[in-house]
Design a protein around this ligand. Structure first.
Ligand code: SF4
Length: 329
């Protein structure tokens, strides 16, 4: 993938299968193929939006990259270093540089700890700074995310949803990371609060030169915040390109149908809406060939037997679809 920017995170052939247990002995009788050979690069300072319907594997992909859940196979390189196979001090150092913001701020904060205790934790775990320096840094973090020091001895239940997410963000930036995986960071918030949190993430990105993998199902939010967008369907990336390109010139039938569902504020503008037929197939038994073929309005015979590769059709525009075979666009 060519780009002037430096690749900061390179994910190759990431796989996450969950075993399905069955029978009296609880044997593995199959696998839910949540993420199936996903590859992409994240560039320094960019936001890569990752979209798709619920259950397409986008959150599982984010969690597997940071080993919040153990990936089945694949590689993750941070600035050229193979993160998944590192051990000890070197791994700990690289892990500081890659952080995660959880979807549900309420569930991700320990209800028995004050905000100060929550924000001190990363420094204690990584044995960084003196106790005095840690307290100073915690006060600084609260200020950075727009919360008054008044809250420092409060508990998470005393905060609003937006304030809790600000603490989630403060915790994520505490150790000066380069990469943050944001897992639906605003979807649990009221619409009025979403914009504030998005603005905060954008400001922090500029000030701290962060790279985001931004997982979301809200296509308008993704359009607002992303430089590039990757579209996932049933455990696979089916299209990646610049944000403008995806939103104005999407090529993959799944991307086209997803985008056709975005409402337009102008009642004068008519938009053709593509309604997808049928349900999303089970990731435990994905369709042969193109995984989207059971719902695709452009399905051809080849789609039912051959899986399309993700091919670069134009610089930076990758599509996995038999409508766009290699070198023909
Ligand atoms: Fe549709 Fe075939 Fe393209 Fe799959 S490969 S998206 S089924 S046209």
């Amino acid at each position: 993938m060519e780009n002037e920017k430096q690749v900061i995170l390179s994910v190759r052939d990431m796989v996450k299968y969950f075993p399905i247990k069955g029978g009296l002995l609880g044997r593995t009788v199959g696998h839910v193929k949540a993420v199936d050979k996903v590859s992409f690069d994240l560039y320094e300072g960019e936001t890569l939006g990752l979209v798709g319907e619920s259950g397409c594997g986008k959150s599982t992909l984010g969690r597997s990259i940071l080993e919040i859940i153990e990936p089945t196979s694949g590689t993750v390189q941070y600035r050229g270093k193979d993160v998944l196979h590192l051990k000890g001090k070197e791994k700990k150092e690289i892990k500081q540089k890659m952080q995660f913001i959880f979807q549900d701020p309420a569930a991700s904060l320990n209800p028995r700890r004050t905000l100060e205790q929550i924000l001190l934790e990363p420094f204690i775990i990584h044995k960084m700074l003196t106790p005095e320096e840690r307290r100073k840094r915690v006060a600084e973090l609260l200020e950075i995310v727009g919360l008054s020091s008044y809250y420092i001895h409060r508990y998470p239940h005393e905060l609003s949803g937006g304030q809790k997410q600000r603490i989630g963000i403060a915790r994520a930036i505490a150790l000066n990371p380069d990469v943050i995986i944001c897992d639906e960071p605003v979807s649990a918030l009221d619409v009025s609060i979403q914009a504030q949190v998005i603005n905060l993430l954008e400001d922090l990105q500029k000030e701290l030169h962060l790279s985001y993998l931004f997982v979301a199902h809200d296509l308008s939010v993704v359009q607002h915040i992303s430089d590039r967008v990757a579209v996932m369907y049933l455990g696979k990336i089916v299209e990646i390109s610049d944000c403008d390109n995806i939103y104005s010139r999407a090529k993959h039938p799944y991307t086209i149908s997803l985008l056709s569902a975005i409402p337009i504020a102008d009642p004068e503008v008519e938009k053709e809406r593509i309604i997808l037929e049928g349900d999303v197939p089970s990731p435990a038994n994905p369709p042969k060939g193109c995984r989207f073929h059971t719902r695709c309005f452009k399905c051809m015979d080849i789609c039912k037997s051959e899986e399309p590769e993700l091919i670069e059709q134009e610089p930076g525009h990758f599509i996995a679809c038999h409508l766009y075979p290699k070198g023909e666009n």
